[in-house]
Design a protein around this ligand. Structure first.
Ligand code: ATP
Length: 411
């Protein structure tokens, strides 16, 4: 555990409030160190934002509310409008229409330097001739904050970001992860209304990226900062966010918690963007608000799954989303699984195309046989049964995790 893990930089309500470095232990209720200026805690409201470049509607009527202290993610494929939305929040791009409010303040027309925003980018943009401490304190000097206050705030964020002892180093004497910590410390030291992070981990190698995911989330939560984070990496969004908006072609497809977005996607696009998804076609038999009764073919058993269907009628073909870890293969001879687990529905048979061993799990690609179609992906615990290429398997789906999706309008 980090030495500073028990510290929280807590924002107090406006009346007599402020930001405090406080011990978080349950029996400590009084602040240890008062850190300075009062700042209201604000929600961020985005209302009907539109930005067009020529014939491209980069942002096409986006409305969202980001709650105070929330770690909110904008995710989506390249060109879906993430950066344009972030630039409008920062004040670098002017919207064609719509409004941005910080709390009740309309900031849509304000210049970037009037918004009190902290920014962290992919390139760290540190000044190479300045030390870590000078890089961090620069924004406070520009704001003419008193020297004592600067010193106290800089040591606070140095400790919070795990840079203790590195204040006198120049950026070129730091690793990529440490440089990213300096960029984060520099953004947080001004106590921004909003922290914007644009693909901040893309320059780091895979192992460091995973470590920094934890660190960035810890630091944002510890400081109580409201953060909007842009990435095209779904794992980053799933593992770090409180809530996330999945964008496509300038519009929000779904805005939800990571678990709900992954388990209960609103569309095929969201299902496939957030991870591997098998989409098995079923016939809709009946529908109520929570459950869809479906079957894979006329002579196959009916079963109930939860759904995102709004307009489908009985008889319609609906895709069932089954995540690879929820599709269970059984060697045809054994078939013990059906009596052992009543949540599992027999779906049909398939032939193993290939297997890939990943240490903790094994990934299988199988070719479905009627009523299953196409290639299906399966993730099994690696210490289970070994499947071999060409082998025929029975497939079971976990009923409680299958999810019926609407057909895309285009299909
Ligand atoms: P990436 O993940 O690749 O950075 P993004 O989701 O951030 O993509 P944006 O950069 O916001 O997407 O771009 C959205 C759309 O607007 C794209 O089609 C892009 O080509 C277009 N676009 C963005 N900025 C401009 C500009 N200044 N002039 C013209 N077109 C632009």
């Amino acid at each position: 555990m980090d030495a500073d893990a028990g510290l929280v930089w807590r924002k107090q309500p406006a009346v007599g409030g402020g930001s405090f470095l406080q011990s978080q232990c349950s029996n400590c209720t009084t602040p240890d160190v008062e850190l300075g200026t009062v700042r209201d805690v604000t929600d961020i409201h985005i209302d009907g934002l539109v930005k067009t470049f020529g014939s491209t509607r980069a942002v096409d009527g986006i409305s969202l509310t980001v709650n105070s202290g929330e770690m909110f993610f904008l995710v989506g494929p390249s060109g879906c409008g993430k950066t344009t939305l972030l630039r409008m929040l920062a004040g670098f791009t002017t919207p064609d229409s719509g409004q941005i409010r910080f709390g009740s303040d309309d900031v849509t027309e304000l210049a970037p330097n009037q918004r009190d925003i902290g920014m962290v980018f992919q390139g760290y943009a540190l000044w190479p001739h300045m030390t870590v401490a000078e890089n961090i304190s620069f924004g406070l000097k520009m704001r003419k904050v008193a020297k004592e206050e600067i010193d106290s705030r800089v040591s606070e964020v140095i400790e919070m970001t795990g840079l203790t002892g590195m204040g006198n180093r120049k950026p070129n004497a730091l690793s990529g992860g440490q440089q990213q910590r300096v960029a984060l410390a520099r953004a947080l030291v001004i106590r921004p209304n909003l922290l914007l992070l644009d693909e901040p981990l893309s320059n780091l190698d895979a192992k460091l990226r995973i470590e920094m995911r934890r660190e960035i989330r810890r630091i944002c939560k510890q400081s109580g900062t409201t953060a909007i984070y842009v990435t095209h990496d779904q794992d980053e969004a799933l593992s770090m966010s409180d809530r996330m908006a999945v964008l496509n072609a300038g519009q929000v497809q779904q805005c939800d918690t990571p678990v709900k977005s992954y388990r209960k996607p609103a569309s095929k696009f969201v299902a496939e963007f957030l991870g591997e998804a098998n989409l098995v076609l079923a016939e809709l038999v009946d529908l109520d608000d929570q459950f869809a009764q479906v079957r894979l073919a006329a002579d196959r058993p009916k079963f109930h799954v939860e759904h995102a269907l709004t307009q489908a009628r009985p008889g319609a073909a609906v895709p069932l989303m089954i995540r690879p870890a929820d599709l269970h293969p059984v060697q045809v001879d054994s078939e013990i699984i059906s009596s052992a687990n009543s949540d599992l529905i027999p779906l049909g048979h398939a032939r193993v195309l290939d297997t890939q061993f990943f240490g903790a799990t094994t990934s299988l690609a199988v070719q479905g046989e009627f009523p299953l179609e196409g290639v299906l992906r399966i993730q099994t615990p690696a210490q289970g049964v070994d499947f071999i290429e060409g082998e025929r398997v029975a497939l079971y789906g976990s009923q409680s995790t299958m999810w019926a999706l609407p057909q895309d309008p285009s299909s």
